[in-house]
Ligand binder design. Structure first.
Ligand code: DSN
Length: 415
């Protein structure tokens, strides 16, 4: 991308950014929460909308001069409503953690109980991990799944909900690879008088592309970050039933945040426009096909696939059967240009900074145009390398494949 003014004004940052762009071009990005936004999204993100303060909501701002900012935010809201069949949408959350905190604060008083999925079983830090601020304010109770099959025991979750009386029954994940039954989650919430909430951050793009079931018409509240499979700018979005609109909006502003990042909202509007296209539907379907092929290769090569397989874009794999820890596997792959992240697995006996698993996914590689044959090669190469992480010839072969694939499927930003 051209950065004429940046190069003149701040050559140091310009140079580092150029290197980051080159890094993105030259590695196989397999962290399942990462993706590449279009040039149009990048332009909106780097636009003059960043100059404007606009506390409040379209038509009800605390600042003058918001006529165009209102149009941008209203366009983002309308596009999100249409794409996800949502009754009400708030596009102002700055990112995922404040987004979920805003929802908790909309429905809970300090000390109230929230039922969420355990982090080591695929849940998310913001779903009540003890290290978070949310966990200091609210009382989180966690449910787990069967690590072999990924199956959730909905009867056990219902019994837990009845015993603990949560204000929110929360579904959603960041390292879980199976589909959830939203109707069952919603029914459990209704039985105990709780709000049903789904955090679909990881799969929003797959829902938008109609490759996975849409939880929005079923659950009371659905949150999502906008930069993962949805391929938008970094940010968050809350969708809810109309009857909760006021509560949610008040919790976001003035409850938690000040001025929204209007450049981010403009870029989100562009991403939502892109997600309505037929090409995005194809993209979402391909992400799933690629994940299945990759998963089969890794499983065939001896990795233990947690939850027994994948229904979405991500794979959580126990690498200890190959004699490595997750950290060692991440480092070995990093060295040859494959980016994944180490991850804890259910009932992990190792520590979070050096766990037993790695988490990998297909959204970013699919954006570059890679399909099943590339996934097969990558899967086989990952196995070969992890079996012999210190063998020079193995590293050379891996680097060669990374180079071949990244050149064959170049990033569209140019160099
Ligand atoms: N940190 C994100 C992820 O990598 O899944 C979730 O917020």
């Amino acid at each position: 991308m051209s950065n004429k003014f940046l190069s003149q004004n701040d050559p140091k940052i310009a140079k580092i950014l150029k290197k980051e762009q080159q890094r993105q071009q030259e590695v196989l990005e397999m962290i399942p929460s990462e993706n590449f936004v279009s040039k149009a999204v990048l332009e909106a993100l780097g636009s003059v909308a960043t100059n404007k303060y606009a506390e409040g909501y379209p038509g009800k701002r605390y600042y003058g001069g918001c006529e165009y900012i209102d149009q941008i935010e209203q366009t983002a809201i309308s596009r999100a409503k249409k794409l996800f069949n949502a009754e009400h949408v708030n596009v102002q959350p700055l990112s995922g953690a404040p987004m979920n905190l805003a929802v908790y604060s909309a429905f809970c008083q300090p000390g109230d109980t929230i039922l969420g999925m355990d982090l080591s079983h695929g849940g998310h830090l913001t779903h009540g991990h003890p290290v978070t601020l949310s966990a200091k304010i609210y009382r989180f109770v966690r449910y787990t799944c069967d690590p072999k099959t990924g199956k959730l025991d909905y009867k056990a979750i219902e019994a837990l909900a009845k015993a603990e009386k949560p204000k929110i029954v929360l579904a959603g994940f960041s390292a879980y690879s199976r589909n959830l039954n939203y109707k069952k989650f919603n029914a459990i919430a209704k039985k105990v008088g709780a709000i049903s909430m789904m955090d679909m951050a990881h799969i929003a793009g797959l829902v938008a592309g109609k490759a996975l079931e849409n939880p929005v018409p079923i659950m009371d509240v659905v949150t999502t970050t906008t930069h993962k499979t949805l391929r938008g700018p970094r940010g968050g979005m809350i969708m809810c039933k109309q009857k909760y609109a006021r509560q949610i909006d008040k919790a976001v502003f003035p409850g938690l945040q000040g001025g929204p990042h209007q450049n981010q909202i403009a870029a989100l509007a562009v991403a939502l426009h892109e997600a309505q296209k037929a090409s995005f539907k194809k993209y979402a379907a391909q992400v799933l096909k690629n994940a299945r092929v990759l998963c089969q290769e890794l499983q065939a090569g001896g990795l233990k696939i947690v939850f027994g397989g994948t229904d979405n874009h991500l794979i959580l794999a126990d690498v200890t059967p190959l004699g490595l820890s997750g950290k060692e596997a991440e480092q070995a792959l990093d060295e040859v240009g494959i980016t994944v992240n180490k991850n804890i697995i259910p009932n992990d006996i190792r520590k979070p900074l050096d766990p037993s698993g790695i988490r990998l996914g297909t959204p970013a590689l699919t954006t570059r145009g890679m399909k099943e044959p590339a996934m097969k090669k990558i899967g086989q190469m990952i196995i070969a390398l992890l079996k012999n992480p210190h063998k020079i010839s193995q590293k050379t072969a891996a680097r060669k494949l990374v180079k071949e694939l990244t050149q064959k499927f170049p990033l569209f930003y140019g160099v």
